[in-house]
Design a protein. Structure first.
Ligand SMILES: [Mg+2]
Length: 189
């Protein structure tokens, strides 16, 4: 079973999110490369508090999630759909659930729009190790090092972490850094 994170792996969360943060801060452009960790201790003006407020705001906006663009190619989606048809693909996300709309449906619709038929999506507000273990995940990919570390320590899965500026300083003996999404398919057979 392959377990994939969505935001930062398949969907470009960061660009539209930073546009919103830019509007709130009024300090001009925030290049994605300037985000070197999500605690923002080194950042010239971003703080955890500002970013948390923006995160809360987008969590109430179904259209934000609906409009995210894809980070992977059409061919890669087709390869994922092949796995999905064999019921060997599950999506695991930390997206927030709100009472005002159904983020589960918005997420499934977005994946279907990319070509994934009846996607299996699991939501959790915890780190992902326990859930990945319960789901029998043997290959896992996530852009957040906290999730990669948790899965590496709680399961025997191969753990892949796509290189991002905000995970660049993380290292773990069981987490493999990848530069291209397609490297995933090299671990499947
Ligand atoms: Mg992510």
């Amino acid at each position: 079973m392959v377990g994939l994170d969505i935001d930062g792996v398949l969907a470009d969360f960061l660009s539209p999110f930073l546009s919103l943060v830019e509007k709130k801060c009024g300090n001009g452009a925030i290049p994605p490369d300037s985000i070197t960790d999500f605690k923002f201790q080194e950042h010239p003006f971003l703080t955890e508090e500002i970013v948390w407020k923006c995160m809360e705001e987008v969590s109430y906006q179904p259209e934000f999630w609906h409009n995210l663009s894809s980070l992977v190619t059409r061919r890669e989606w087709e390869a994922l759909e092949e796995l999905n048809r064999k019921r060997k693909l599950v999506f695991i996300t930390n997206r927030y659930e709100r009472g005002t709309y159904d983020i589960r449906q918005v997420t499934r619709d977005w994946l279907q729009k990319q070509g994934i038929t009846a996607p299996l999506v699991h939501f959790t507000d915890e780190r992902k190790g326990k859930l990945a273990d319960q789901l029998g995940v043997s290959v896992f990919m996530d852009d957040r090092h906290e999730n990669c570390e948790d899965v590496a320590e709680k399961t025997r899965a191969v753990v892949l972490m796509p290189h991002r500026s905000y995970n660049q300083s993380f290292e773990h003996p069981r987490v493999k850094r990848v530069w291209n999404f397609s490297e995933l398919f090299g671990y499947l057979f």
